[in-house]
Design a protein around this ligand. Structure first.
Ligand code: CUA
Length: 155
């Protein structure tokens, strides 16, 4: 089989790129410690609304300027509704699904996470401006997906 010079050059380039990608991946995992998320909080979707923190989802103060919000996501809504937190506080959202995959997006902020059944999604944000924020589910979750929203009131 005859391989032309140009083809051979491109084979070398392709092989070199593959080798570089592999080295970067391995270095990232071994040296930098980048691995898939582990030790995530898990929760049984069947009991999300029946026991524990998501049975009575609410916003509460955990420190001088820190708040925690447990949010239950389900077909087709969120609880609590509305969610009320003070402006300027560091707010940590813990979101769990009681059924299927949902999204938790606070419009016009960088809060945007998937809510996967079985796992508690955690995201922290500080809201510096008072006002109402729209919370949307941005993962298609069934016939009422377009109705699934909540309001965040920052006071
Ligand atoms: Cu929940 Cu779409």
């Amino acid at each position: 089989m005859v391989i032309s010079r140009l083809e051979r050059i491109w084979l070398y380039i392709g092989s070199a790129m593959l080798a570089i990608f592999l080295i970067v991946l391995i270095a990232d995992a071994v040296v930098m410690g980048a691995t898939p998320p582990s030790g995530m909080t898990t929760v049984d979707p069947a009991t999300v609304l029946k026991s524990g923190q998501f049975q009575t989802p609410r916003a509460y103060q955990t420190g001088p300027n820190a708040w925690m919000v447990h949010v239950a996501a389900f077909q087709f809504g969120f609880l609590p509704n509305p969610i009320r937190v003070p402006a300027g506080a560091k707010v940590t959202f813990m979101v769990a699904s009681a059924d299927v995959v949902h999204g938790f997006e606070i419009v016009d902020t960088d809060v945007n996470t998937m809510v996967i059944p079985g796992y508690v999604s955690q995201v922290t944000h500080t809201f510096n401006h008072k006002g109402n924020y729209l919370i949307l589910c941005n993962e298609y979750c069934g016939s009422g997906h377009h109705l699934m929203s909540d309001t965040l009131e920052v006071y």
